[in-house]
Design a protein around this ligand. Sequence first.
Ligand code: ADP
Ligand code: MG
Ligand code: MG
Length: 279
Amino acid sequence: FAGNERYQKVADLAKGTFGLVVLALDRKTSRQVAIKFIERGQKVTKNVLREIINHKRLNHPHVVRLQEVFLTPYYLAIVMEYAAGSNMFQLVVRKSGLGEAEARWYFQQIIIAVDYCHKVGVANRDIKLENTLLSSPDQPVVKICDFGYSKDENLQSAPGSRVGTPAYLAPEVILTTQGKKYDAKAADVWSCGVMLYIMLTAAYPFSRPEDQRLAPSAKLHAMMQRTLNLDFSIPRQLEVSAQGQDLLRRILVRVPTERLTLQEVMRHPWFCTDLPDGV
Ligand code: ADP
Ligand code: MG
Ligand code: MG
């Protein structure tokens, strides 16, 4: 790369919101790394700095490790540990949803990672399947990534900062445009609940097939309205266990202070159930 001899590009991995993610060889360690290139420019600078500062502090087996950052004339490059499996969105689509035991296995890792982040003072605010990566194609180990919307300090949002991905937004985040602050930790818990719902059902909780006919803005509005009304159901034919349904209903709670905390999620019977062999 321009001005950096250490890394050699191997292949493109994905097109991100602000630039490319590529696979590269780290000549110094002879290991593969993923490099996220973000176009330099005023508009992205603040978010990117937050992403780097927050991400760099995290060192956990279920969080993609940030190795270093370098600049090229046009890009800011974030060098990360390479997660060689697909992201979990692709996995859930490929399998048309996961069984409960498999979903639990991934969910446990994600919750542990998010709890670690909160404990060191970082809320991700963009938790979703696309930002949950599998460490390798044949090992069911996940790592969360993408701290582009993350929040540090007291983990309270500034009023009016509606950040994240629409399908995963907690009610209080949707309503924050009305000038209310919200607890970024509780909002992360909500997003984890949405993620669990999608893993189990292969569908978004607050979208309906009939919404697909709507124009994009009407579709978004319908989804947010359903979120505010807690208008979701778990398809009966999926036979999700009573405990699984109970956990979802205690996470997808409108009032953030009444929602389960991560500690409570970890004590919930569904979460604590032992893994069967071979998962
Ligand atoms: P954006 O902020 O644009 O969403 P992400 O950091 O989420 O950027 O990266 C976009 C995509 O690139 C991810 O969904 C994933 O598929 C891939 N990707 C990102 N980081 C890595 C990594 N460390 N290893 C492998 N793939 C990655
Ligand atoms: Mg992302
Ligand atoms: Mg992002």
